[in-house]
Design a protein around this ligand. Sequence first.
Ligand SMILES: [Zn+2]
Length: 124
Amino acid sequence: MYIRGKLLSPMIKMNKREKVIRKEQKIVNVMICMFCKKNHGTGNGKLCNSCRSLRSYSYIRLKNCPLLPDKPPCDNCPVHCYDKEMQQKVKEVMRYSGPRMLFRHPYFALLHIWNKTKFKLSRK
Ligand SMILES: [Zn+2]
């Protein structure tokens, strides 16, 4: 039993990490698509060059997030791993897509609000 427990726990940890990364990537993707479609005139799941590089940048940052799997929502994060230019871009995307998420993707939006609340409560 002891050996099994020892073997299993790193695997469970990795799975949780993977899950969080995938979920966050999905949300980022949806938000960037919404923003790009409206502001850069793209559509059908396509992105302009600038948004595509923003997306791959945020995917990489997400994968390398030192706070996973219990990361706080990015806007509450103490690390701020984005460089200045990318942070500016992503803020623009969030400002546009954030409120709209509630209507088009209420599940993701509620999940985000829930994560924020949970994080705030845990800091009290
Ligand atoms: Zn774009």
